[in-house]
Design a protein around this ligand. Structure first.
Ligand code: SF4
Length: 323
């Protein structure tokens, strides 16, 4: 059985959980190609026009998998922390895709809602496992391997690796290496993982910053216990899981005296980000930390992003007397 996983949205959060799970069940995991212009154009053609760019891109990834897999993995992710929910577009994703793209194979669209209790992840995975085998022990083994791999993945993120670097470490068995540049600028780049770590959609933002000699930190590198502490700091949290992660991460990095600035990468047309962005902007203003918003959509050009980010880095360097 070939299981197709689109290389976007929850891929950057959960791929190290899904992959060993399906492989232990005896399935072959096929991931869609890295994002590119053709996938996005295909997604734009297949989606409603007012969707944000990550959702349009998701449709392109699904379309790219249609002829290559027997079953598509597109779970309905509702709550990942037992408190907040994902944005409405995530909740309705399987329906959006089913009614937009013709000729889809069978879909695994089980619902994951951790608001229902601590055993919910087991119930979710067990329910999926039953589609592949009736052997209870085999499913339990797949769940164990998946959780073990996922725990190792999270440890790599906390060491300062990006998800894509951590995937490579886990697959190649290499030792993680994070290159810290002495005296370099330290910038927090905050945003949703499917925007930050997708080189096409972010127009290579993280790579560009590292090329300018910047030490980059992101929300996925913030330890869980710090996220938990910061979740109690605001008078009221947002309703959406990924938005809260972004706000808490920004506040966490603002506590760091060595932080030189924050870049918020946001997708044009993202409802939750209209609030996320304002909160981060106000927090930065209160701490007098330089802040910039980089907004992306399907028409964003590389030169425009490069010019803005380069100017932002230059201004901070000038302020610090580095140039
Ligand atoms: S949070 Fe924003 S960018 Fe992400 S899927 Fe929802 S609307 Fe799109």
């Amino acid at each position: 059985m070939r299981v197709g996983i689109p290389r976007t949205l929850s891929y950057f959060t959960f791929y190290p959980l899904w992959k060993p799970f399906f492989e232990t069940l005896g399935a072959e995991v096929i991931v869609s190609p890295e994002s590119n212009k053709e996938l996005l154009d295909d997604g734009v053609r297949n989606t409603v026009t007012d969707a944000c760019v990550p959702i349009k891109l998701f449709h392109g990834h699904v379309a790219a998998l249609i002829d290559k897999v027997d079953i598509l993995f597109m779970p309905r992710l509702v709550s990942l922390d037992g408190k907040s929910t994902l944005c409405p577009k995530f909740l309705g994703l399987p329906d959006m895709v089913k009614y937009s793209i013709a000729g889809l194979p069978e879909i695994i669209e089980n619902r994951l809602d951790l608001k229902k209790g601590k055993m919910e992840l087991y119930r979710f995975l067990y329910g999926i496992g039953r589609r592949f085998t009736a052997n209870r022990l085999k499913i339990m083994h797949a769940i164990y391997r998946a959780k073990y791999n996922f725990a190792n993945y999270r440890k790599l993120l906390f060491k300062g690796l990006t998800p894509v670097e951590a995937f490579a470490c886990l697959e190649g068995g290499q030792e993680p290496s994070v290159q810290l540049i002495d005296g370099a600028l330290k910038l927090a780049v905050v945003g949703y993982p499917y925007n930050l770590y997708d080189n096409f959609i972010s127009i290579g933002l993280l790579t560009k910053l590292r090329r300018y000699g910047v030490q980059v930190v992101t929300p996925e590198m913030v330890p869980d216990k710090e996220m938990k502490r910061l979740s109690k700091k605001l008078r009221k949290n947002l309703f959406w899981y990924y938005s809260n992660q972004v706000v808490w991460a920004a506040i966490y990095y603002l506590e760091d005296k060595n932080l030189d600035g924050i870049i918020h990468l946001t997708a044009f047309g993202c409802g939750p980000d209209s609030m996320t962005n304002k909160i981060i902007e106000l927090e930065c203003k209160a701490k007098k930390v330089p802040f910039i918003t980089v907004s992306i959509d399907e028409h964003t050009g590389e030169a425009g992003v490069e010019t803005r980010v380069e100017a932002f880095v230059d201004l901070i360097k000038r302020k610090k007397g580095m140039v």
